[in-house]
Design a protein around this ligand. Structure first.
Ligand code: ACM
Length: 533
């Protein structure tokens, strides 16, 4: 052994390559596979598209245009990507990656697994592989390893609020790409809120003609000290056409990401009420909201409004093929329902206890409607309060208690607690050195320490915890560059929480790998927050 190798072993240098999230099982072997002009990608017929995508991904930085052959033997100098029906133990998303100096093979039970094997393969190359121009002087070597990898959780998500600040279509695609790089498989798209409605709905054109635009935006936090905030006087808005959405859905599908669209109701709906005042409780004409916070203006609970919401959801289901449709449900103050003759008559005629139960009724009507169309309703944990709809999935954001209650009631849960998954919170305690944020403090190591399965759950109850996701609310995040700064590298840490076996999680090892991973993010033009503390 050379002195360098001895030192490397002593320093943990035979440690696993800098893959994020860390694979379940990695065995490092001697030697490396080198990409050359003559390297051929060999696939099954079913995986030809993945082989071509790999060839396309490898081309810009290497300048090598690798041939893709279907049905050819996997001999010396090949990268084989195959499905294997004997690998059912790896499930939908697991894979084997066997790299030897002479050849490289990815095997999986299903295409998603093969896709994740390819994502790992890209991370075994030098970070310059993520550059978009030919990088000369780089040896395109892939260290010999044997990897067997499966995710810990089925729901590995990232959320993006495009209502508070509209984010362009190209950025939405970039977020989906970055999610896939981290082996995340859900994109929760928060499309509507008080400050903007961002999805074209053909039956209700005013939702975007009116609801997608606000007069101005609050800058700073609106508190007693009036020198700390102002309105910017700049109109803001934007929306996605249905063709834009179809494009983004196809883009996500090619990366094994399921989009979970969110249409907020009955709260967080002022933009919809601005477009159609009859949806509100008072009939007055409201602007699209220009400030932040919890808004008193919520949808009325009348039958015509329920019909409106179901009509919107019909168009949503036509656009988004995934099983889950999110109907919000959080932060719906009941003062207007308490004062509304229509809401009070509803409570009496339905024999309900109170306004919370009326929201429960509203949610159950959406749940029945979505279920009858073969979909699942998902909502924030307030949907527990008025009696949980029978098929609903719960996102536990006010801590994990809502998730515990839902799992005990036999409902699927996605953990989204503010304490560990809200990426709009500060990344440093030195807030003066950070861009203005909504508040909170969520450093990288706290994200990494998150445990999605609360110890209070029995093993049987824990099976209802599908996984977790990171949230990016954008009140204080005006553009994509700021969004990237808030999301990265915290999303890297959450990806590892969700993918890697619990016992293989090690923060020191993560930060070692992250140093290399940040070079990848730099190559991909991601404005991550540098690691300084
Ligand atoms: C939420 O943060 N209001 C779900």
């Amino acid at each position: 052994m050379s002195i360098v190798a001895v030192l490397a072993v002593a320093l943990g240098g035979d440690s696993i390559p800098a893959i994020v999230p860390r694979p379940a099982h990695v065995t490092v072997q001697p030697g490396a596979f080198t990409l050359r002009t003559a390297t051929v990608i060999v696939t099954d017929r079913a995986l030809r598209g993945l082989g071509e995508r790999l060839a396309d991904d490898l081309f810009p930085a290497t300048g090598l245009r690798l041939a893709v052959r279907t049905g050819a033997p996997a001999g010396t100098g090949t990268i084989a990507i195959r499905l294997d029906s004997s690998l059912a133990r790896l499930g939908e998303e697991g894979y084997l990656l066997d790299v030897r100096p002479s050849r490289l093979a990815i095997r999986a039970y299903r295409a998603a697994g093969a896709f994740y094997g390819i994502e790992t393969l890209r991370q075994l190359l030098p970070p310059a592989i993520f550059r978009q121009a030919e990088m000369t002087g780089v040896a395109w070597r892939i260290p010999a390893v044997a990897i067997e990898d499966v995710p810990r959780f089925a729901w590995r998500g990232v959320h993006l609020d495009v209502a508070r600040h509209f984010m362009p279509k190209e950025f939405v695609k970039k977020v989906i790409d970055l999610a896939a790089l981290h082996k995340l498989n859900r994109f929760h798209w928060h499309l509507t809120d008080d400050q903007g409605w961002r999805l074209e709905i053909k039956q209700y054109p005013r939702l975007t003609q009116v609801g997608a635009w606000r007069r101005e935006t609050l800058i700073g936090r609106k508190d007693q000290d009036s020198t700390k905030w102002r309105f910017d006087g700049q109109p803001h808005g934007g929306f996605y056409t249905q063709d834009d959405v179809r494009e983004i859905v196809a883009y996500a599908r090619a990366r094994f990401v399921t989009i979970v669209p969110e249409i907020e109701m009955p709260g967080h709906s002022q933009a919809a009420i601005a477009a159609y005042p009859e949806l509100g409780n008072r009939g007055d004409t409201l602007p699209v909201w220009t400030a932040w916070g919890v808004d008193q203006n919520i949808l009325n609970p009348g039958e015509a409004t329920i019909q409106f919401a179901q009509n919107v959801l019909s168009e949503v289901m036509g656009l988004f093929p995934g099983p889950w449709i999110h109907t919000g449900g959080d932060e719906a103050p009941k003062a207007q329902w308490k004062a509304s003759p229509l809401a009070q008559a509803r409570i009496r005629e339905l024999g309900l206890k109170d306004e919370e139960a009326l929201q429960g009724y509203f949610t159950r009507r959406m749940d029945e409607f979505l279920t009858s169309h073969g979909r699942r309703l998902i909502g924030w944990d307030e949907i527990l309060e008025g009696g949980l709809a029978p098929n609903a999935v719960v996102m536990s954001w006010r801590g994990v208690d809502g998730g515990i209650a839902a799992a005990r009631a036999g409902h699927d849960v996605v953990m989204t607690p503010g304490s560990h998954t809200y990426f709009d919170h500060y990344q440093s305690s030195d807030t003066a050195a950070e861009p203005l944020a909504i508040g909170g403090f969520l450093p990288l190591d706290t994200v990494y320490a998150f445990e999605p399965v609360p110890p209070a759950l029995t093993a049987a109850e824990a099976r209802y915890v599908l996984g977790a996701q990171g949230q990016l609310w954008t009140e204080y995040i005006p553009d994509p560059k700021r969004a990237e700064y808030m999301v990265f590298p915290r999303l890297c840490a959450l990806a590892e929480v969700l993918w890697t076996p619990r016992e293989a999680r090690d923060y020191a090892d993560f930060t070692r790998r992250l140093a290399t991973h940040l070079e990848r993010l730099a190559a991909l033009d991601v404005n991550f927050r540098p690691i300084t503390n």
